[in-house]
Design a protein around this ligand. Structure first.
Ligand code: NAD
Ligand code: GLY
Length: 374
């Protein structure tokens, strides 16, 4: 397995530890402050990985050593599974679990799950008693390569996704490849969209590597997967270290997301997975970059082909142009009423710009799949 990576942020530096072990409590225990631990997970992940973690932390198992006896007081909060539960109402369930057990400022929250659980647990940790320690154990590909690293936490509001949140960095991230073995294929593909994103915005040589290794990755070859996850975490750590609060470069991580959000919002959350919408959005952004004269048609072909190799959709559903433009106008990157898009000057070189040709954008948005769902 790869050596831990350090994420350097103004609040503190923390490690991303890579493993293939079925979540060893020994790796987590040194990062728990105090005795009180609340593990937050969901109804899908709990039957798969919760017992091993709780046993390791409580029963004198993996976490117990002579120096640090396993005397943690461990409680669990099991939430329903789904983006629709990423709301204030379900955050309250986490607060309830903490307060009914009289957990205090020394408590550590552990997120065991995908990006939904990670974002919610992080937000609860950022706000409970004005901020307590937390640990990320991401169990989806998307959360291992993106959401667990960098401290963006939050929940959805009925009027907008991820509109309520806080920057709150974890104490450590444990990316355990073993957990990916139970991930549904469609979720694996959705996570792969974010992997491909790093290649497109940061590093053309990583796209070449992905082209050579995509079939190994899609059959969960451990070496290839660990290499890809570690490389993505390195890209993300570099960006977060340079721009924790998204004043500049971090916005590039939203490549494909402005277009993708149009699909997610229009179709209703959950119909299209986030990564599927981002995949289509990245190709739309690439097509606009081509029309702007920056990418070649061969570049666009490469992007289309790698998305297809990862089992991802490439065309959006039919959405009226006026609706798409209206949905785009709600994007968080809109500044002084001006839409800003992330486009590619070349593969591996992304920019945030409001200087694009509106009629070209309209052409891109008008190109859709002939079926209603990809
Ligand atoms: P998710 O958390 O909904 O997980 C996807 C599905 O996989 C769920 O049904 C989940 O229960 C299941 N699952 C998780 N781990 C599993 C495993 N090991 N085996 C079997 N099933 C498993 O979705 P996601 O794609 O991980 O994350 C999406 C969320 O992340 C969105 O809410 C998005 O806004 C957020 N996000 C946050 C950031 C950030 O920087 N904070 C970045 C990107 C995305
Ligand atoms: N996933 C976008 C970010 O972390 O900034």
């Amino acid at each position: 397995m790869f050596n831990p990576l350090i994420v350097a942020t103004p609040s503190h530096n923390y490690p991303i530890i890579f493993a293939d072990d079925c979540i060893m409590a020994t790796q987590i225990a040194p990062f728990i402050h105090g005795r009180q631990v609340l593990i937050v997970t969901n109804e899908t992940v709990a039957p798969l990985y919760l017992d091993a973690l709780v046993n390791g932390l409580t029963k004198g198992g993996e976490a117990a050593t002579e120096d640090k006896p396993s005397n943690f007081e461990v409680a669990c909060c099991i939430l329903p599974d789904g983006e629709e539960y990423k709301t204030q109402q379900y955050i309250n369930q986490i607060y309830d679990a903490l307060m009914t057990r009289h957990f205090n400022r020394d408590a550590t929250l552990v997120a065991l799950g995908g990006g939904v659980i990670g974002d919610m647990t992080g937000f609860a940790a950022a706000t409970f008693m004005r901020g307590v320690n937390f640990i990320q154990i991401p169990t989806t590909l998307l959360s291992q390569v993106d959401s667990s690293v960098g401290g963006k936490t939050g929940i959805n509001h009925p009027l907008g996704k991820n509109m309520i949140g806080a920057f709150w960095q974890p104490q450590m991230v444990l990316a355990d490849m073993h957990t990916l073995s139970t991930l549904p294929q469609r979720e694996l593909s959705a996570g792969m969209a974010e992997v491909i994103k790093y290649a497109l915005i940061m590093d053309e040589s990583f796209l070449t590597w992905l082209e050579e290794n995509m079939s190994a990755l899609m059959r969960l070859d451990k070496q290839a997967m660990a290499a890809a996850v570690a490389r993505c975490c390195q890209y993300k750590a570099t960006i977060v270290a340079a721009d924790e609060r998204e004043a500049g470069k971090r916005a590039l991580l939203n490549f494909g997301h402005t277009f993708g959000h149009v699909i997610e919002t229009h179709e209703g959350y959950g119909t299209w997975l986030h990564g599927e919408a981002v995949a289509v959005g990245m190709l739309q952004a690439a097509e606009l970059s081509y029309k702007m004269g920056w990418l070649s048609s061969a570049d666009v072909g490469r992007i289309e082909s790698i998305l297809q190799q990862a089992g991802l959709p490439i065309r959006p559903p039919k959405i009226a142009l006026t609706t798409a433009k209206q949905l785009m106008s709600h994007d968080k990157k809109v500044k002084s009423g001006q839409l800003r898009l992330i486009l590619l000057k070349s593969i591996g070189d992304a920019i945030v710009t409001s200087k694009f040709d509106e009629s070209m954008l309209n052409e891109v948005l008008s190109l859709h799949s002939t079926s209603t769902k990809q």
